[in-house]
Design a protein around this ligand. Structure first.
Ligand code: FES
Length: 106
């Protein structure tokens, strides 16, 4: 059960106890982080689950797929640390990961 540190759009920092095996998007959506719209439900076709992952955690994540990269890099608020949270499956070794919810294009 990784505990994540989440910064929302208002700059509030909170701890989120997530479940291993769920996606980061599911953890955010199901725990009341309404800044995450997740319009497509997690099938990598909307980019409304856009987050930033701190660099130190990048190596613990699998690399983004071509589809994810294409979609997220086309968003207005894209940065090097951008990921689509629906494409990140949480594992215990992500305990302490810092995630910032990105401004949506919508
Ligand atoms: S929820 Fe649509 S791309 Fe992630």
């Amino acid at each position: 059960m990784p505990t994540l540190e989440i910064t929302d759009l208002a700059g509030n920092v909170t701890s989120l106890e997530a479940k291993s095996g769920e996606t980061l998007m599911e953890a955010l959506r199901d725990n009341g982080y309404d800044d995450i719209l997740a319009i497509c439900g997690g099938v990598c076709s909307c980019s409304s689950c856009h987050c930033y992952i701190e660099d130190e955690w990048k190596e613990k994540l699998h690399a983004p797929s071509e589809d994810e990269m294409q979609l997220v890099s086309s968003t207005e608020h894209f940065k090097d640390s951008s990921r689509l949270s629906c494409q990140i499956t949480l594992t215990d070794d992500m305990d302490g990961m810092k995630v910032t919810i990105a401004q949506q294009d919508y």
